[in-house]
Design a protein around this ligand. Structure first.
Ligand code: 7TS
Length: 406
């Protein structure tokens, strides 16, 4: 792609110089976590070496600096997803915790017999928290099926709404199929039925420019480590009116107004949902990750990845016995596949010996695997720093491995 300086981008990621089993590392497990550029690691070091102090707790200079860094990131995240206000940006440990927060808190507003719509392609993080709700009351999950290309069945989706539907919870992008769901339309349809929507954006934010106001999402969750950022940090966006209605998630420091043994009051948003000392170091570094991604351009990264997706898919289709799961025209750079009768685990192990890092297994999406009638797949997924040469190495290795295992 023109003006896409891949060499410069790669030089920002020291880990890409690694060798594995004596072979240059070809890292194609970006859906699980993406690598971290030097500027993000530098930002972490900078806080530890120069600004470390607990946030929102001290009048002293270091505490003020650490607090400013955290709150500057909150504003940066607000801009990044175009939320109305920083009150709507809650820091969590990741997508998983963000969804659990909504389940535990919004879930308290639900009643016996209420229904939640999810889709067949959800990650366990967007299934199990809703099932846990059912420990205390009867909450029914309604599941939207998918078609042969791995896209949501729109007619089935429409048919699932009724008076008991209290939430739709679905992914923006599938971590297995790569399908980009038409969430703007699906959200509009839910809203016509008076139902709010939680979007699991874990696989979307590093590939698609997200505007929560344009999408009209009610909740939007994502993880920093999948967008070139630090581990252990995530974001929950929630519309203010919903967050205000919802009870706190965890109790402790930071999240209170006043505490007495008879009557404790809550802090204002967003702090009501941020009990305890947050990972303020990681939060500070999340700003660098967003700056880094936007300095290249999310759309330009996506175009580069899409080129790799097409290039890889075309070559993979020439391998005898190749089955690719997820063939939507609207797809991110994730390829899940099986070859003949070869076991996904054996393929992953052998590819690793050739320096190729792919993911194998059910990808935390067992219900999707059941619906596809398989146990697992091999999955290759691409990021800003992957190259056509790496795809060539992957395909050559795949041909060898596939031939060995037939
Ligand atoms: N939702 C989706 C769609 C995901 O892909 C993942 C992680 C999560 C939620 C959970 O994110 P976390 O940061 O809270 O763990 N997906 C994967 C994967 O595909 N392989 O490893 C992790």
């Amino acid at each position: 792609m023109e003006n896409y300086n891949i060499d410069e981008i790669r030089s920002d990621f020291p880990i890409l110089e690694r060798q594995v089993w004596g072979k240059p590392l070809v890292y194609l497990d970006n859906t699980a976590t993406s690598m971290t550029p030097r500027c993000v690691v530098d930002a972490i070091e900078n806080v530890y070496y120069h600004h470390k102090a607990n946030v929102h707790r001290g009048v002293h200079t270091l505490s003020q600096e650490a607090t400013d860094m955290q709150e500057t990131t909150r504003e940066r995240v607000r801009q990044f997803i175009n939320a109305r206000s920083t009150e709507e940006i809650i820091f969590t440990r990741g997508t998983t915790e963000a969804i659990n927060l909504v389940a535990a808190s919004y879930g308290q507003l639900l009643e016996n017999g209420d229904e939640i719509i999810v889709t067949t392609m959800e990650h366990h993080a967007n299934i199990v928290p809703w099932q846990l709700l059912g420990r205390n009351k009867r909450i029914i999950l309604r599941v939207v099926p998918i078609n042969a290309d791995g896209e949501i069945d729109r007619i089935a989706y429409s048919s699932l709404f009724n008076d008991r539907t209290k939430l739709v919870a679905m992914c923006h992008v599938s971590n297995v199929l790569g399908t980009v769901n038409p969430i703007k339309e699906l959200i509009a349809e839910a809203h016509q039925n008076g139902v709010p929507v939680l979007i699991d954006g874990a696989q979307a934010v590093s590939h698609i420019k997200v505007d929560v106001q344009d999408l009209d999402a009610d909740f939007y969750a994502f993880s920093a480590h999948k967008m070139y950022g630090p581990t252990g940090i995530g974001v929950l966006y929630g519309k203010k009116y919903l967050l205000e209605m919802m009870p706190p998630y965890q109790g402790g420091g930071e999240m209170i107004g006043t505490v007495s043994f008879n009557n404790t009051t809550w802090a204002d948003l967003p702090f009501k949902f941020e009990a305890g000392t947050p990972d303020f170091v990681g939060i500070a570094a999340l700003r660098q990750a967003i700056d880094y991604m936007e300095s290249i351009g999310v759309e330009r990264i996506a175009a580069h990845e899409h080129d790799l997706l097409q290039y890889a898919t075309e070559q993979m289709m020439t391998i005898p016995g190749m089955r690719i799961f997820g063939t939507s025209a609207s797809k991110c750079a994730v390829i899940s596949f099986l070859v003949g009768n070869a076991h996904h685990y054996d393929m992953g192990m052998l590819l690793d010996k050739l320096g190729i890092a792919v993911r194998t297994g059910h990808h935390c999406a067992q219900p999707l695997m059941h619906s596809l009638g398989i146990e697992g797949t091999v999955r290759a997924s691409f990021a800003a720093y992957n190259t056509r040469q790496e795809i060539d190495a992957f395909i050559a290795a795949l041909r060898r491995v596939a031939a060995m295992l037939q």
